[in-house]
Design a binder for this molecule. Structure first.
Ligand SMILES: Nc1ncnc2c1ncn2[C@@H]1O[C@H](COP(=O)(O)OP(=O)(O)OP(=O)(O)O)[C@@H](O)[C@H]1O
Length: 326
């Protein structure tokens, strides 16, 4: 059953269509990923789902509620991750959990949540003294404190080291396993591939593709990677002429070819024809990274300021926070 329905969502800033007809549904119990480059329109889309921005067109429902019109009731079904700036540096973990518990009529047991998220040792620690991973765990706990049916997590693992990122992934899976639907915004391919049941790839305000991670990889023109170390040099042009070969690279003595299953057969025939042995011949699926690049095409001209795009809303005069409805 769909718990989030987004239909033909539109949002324009200064004549620029930053969300341009986005549609998707999120099924109850899944981890649904929104994947896209900087400035693609991911945050604007999910903030419309959270009722933090008012769409210019289209419709959004969350468990049958309109996020703007039914905002008070929405907080009982949807939990959103806090912006770090929304917490006072001096507040302790316990104080934050207790404070947020008071916002809800039927809150979760904060001690139990702290235990689940590995925060019980940190209850007396001030927010400013928490590590990046601990802050993210606290923000997941606060998003879950109202016992929501859906939780929105936006760029949750940005800035975390690889171990903290993996720990956070495990927590997100635990959240899903506890029955909460997760809407996850990310630009980490590995994260999307590992966690998401389905992914909407957003490119320039539109849904470029919507599928399972494996489905997205299979759609890409180069779905298979073949690599090997040849016993003798091979002619580059002959390799490039192989059927369905999209790219041929030489990496540290190895040949790496992106193509399809048809390319694999052709490589094997080519090697046999030239009586060349292939050491450590490997055939694997292309990564979501390859599929993403294939599905989204070259970056938009204004993507060069991608680092600032993320922060533009907060500092711009027409800022999202001014427009926020809560
Ligand atoms: N309040 C606003 N006023 C003006 N422009 C905005 C506002 N909010 C977003 N934008 C612009 O809309 C575009 C999409 O922004 P959005 O934050 O949704 O992208 P994103 O995909 O989440 O990017 P990132 O990965 O960098 O966070 C960007 O070009 C951004 O500068």
């Amino acid at each position: 059953m769909a718990i989030v329905e987004v239909k033909d969502l539109r949002k324009t800033y200064g004549g620029h269509h930053v969300v341009d007809g986005v549609s998707f549904t999120v099924e109850e119990g899944e981890i649904f990923g929104i994947l896209g480059s900087n400035g693609a329109g991911k945050t604007t889309t999910v903030e419309c789902v959270e009722g933090l921005r008012v769409p210019d067109g289209g419709s959004v429902t969350v468990a049958g509620l309109d996020p703007v019109r039914d905002h008070d009731r929405l907080t009982t079904v949807l939990g959103a991750q806090l912006q770090q700036s929304e917490l006072q540096p001096k507040i302790t973990v316990r104080e934050a959990l207790e404070q947020y518990t008071r916002f809800y009529e039927h809150p979760a047991d904060w001690r139990e949540l702290a235990g689940r998220l590995g925060l019980e040792e940190k209850l007396a620690t001030r927010f400013s003294a928490l590590s990046g991973g601990q802050r993210q765990r606290l923000s997941i706990a606060l998003a879950l404190i109202g016992n929501p049916r859906v939780v929105v997590l936006d760029e949750l693992t940005t800035g975390l080291d690889p171990r903290a990122r993996r720990d956070t992934w495990q927590l997100i899976e635990d959240v899903r396993d506890s029955g909460v639907t997760v809407l996850l915004v990310t630009h980490f391919m590995e994260e999307a591939q590992r966690l998401c049941d389905r992914i909407a790839v957003i490119d320039r305000g539109r849904v470029a593709a919507l599928d399972t991670p494996a489905g997205l990889v299979a759609r890409s023109t180069a779905s298979t990677v073949i690599s090997f170390t040849p016993s003798q040099p091979l002619d580059q042009q002959e390799l490039e002429r192989l059927p369905q070969a999209v790219s041929v690279e030489h990496r540290a003595g190895r040949i790496v070819i992106n193509g399809t299953d048809e390319t694999v057969d052709a490589v094997v025939s080519l090697l046999a024809r030239h009586r060349i042995a292939a050491a450590r011949l490997r055939v694997s699926d292309a990564s979501l990274d390859d599929a993403f690049l294939d599905l989204t095409g070259p970056p938009a001209p204004d993507a060069a300021d991608s680092g600032t795009a993320e922060h533009a809303p907060a500092s711009s005069p027409a800022s999202a926070s001014e427009e926020r409805t809560r």
